[in-house]
Write a protein that binds this ligand. Sequence first.
Ligand SMILES: [Zn+2]
Ligand SMILES: [Zn+2]
Length: 240
Amino acid sequence: MLTNALLACLDALLPKRCAACDSPALSGPLCEACAGSLIPGDEGACPQCGALDLERDGRAPDGHCGPCIQRPPAFSRARGAYAYGGAMADAIRRWKTRPEPTLTPTMCELILHGRWERGDQERPTLLVMVPPDPKRLRQRGFHPAGLLARAMGEHLSLPLDPRAVRTARGYPSSRGQGRDARRERLRGAFKVCRDRVQGARLLLIDDVMTTGATVETISRLCLRAGASSVEVAVLARAPR
Ligand SMILES: [Zn+2]
Ligand SMILES: [Zn+2]
């Protein structure tokens, strides 16, 4: 079996392949067709939760979606660098099921394409990340959100505290569950270190945001622990 180090060497020597479909990629992390199919995460998104797939009907005049009006999230803003689906979903799936060194630089490059820079006054002061599911971490040998968070920290010149949010017990598997069911399972799954987040404007990083139940749970805990605000940045925002 090839080791991760050997795969990384091969990856550096071989011509670049598209992270989504494996065709030759001449410039950038994806081939021309896949790159052209990506949807930026801020186009027409709800200004609070970043949802992209909602009809304009039922939105407030400022663009907030129905669910945000009815039950505002704890985080002030969530954004994906891109919408989840098509080539982006393929690339993320490959990344999370292949050895880490081959696709990590590509995925880090893609999250940095998001429009993250903010005015000085509201600029986050500390990066935190959704902690790993210990079982998946053992299987994969890497934590996608952690690698993205490290890249974002360098890009935005912000400190990253990987220990501020931790898994309190076995991270609950939440695949294929509705929003309320996921929320129920997530209760008690995380711990936030008060000393590390107090007074900070947090930017919480994850790879994919689907229902938003995970980032919502962590945002609430961070605010309760004294953080002054929480924003969320993900590589890809999935339709609800
Ligand atoms: Zn492609
Ligand atoms: Zn919304």
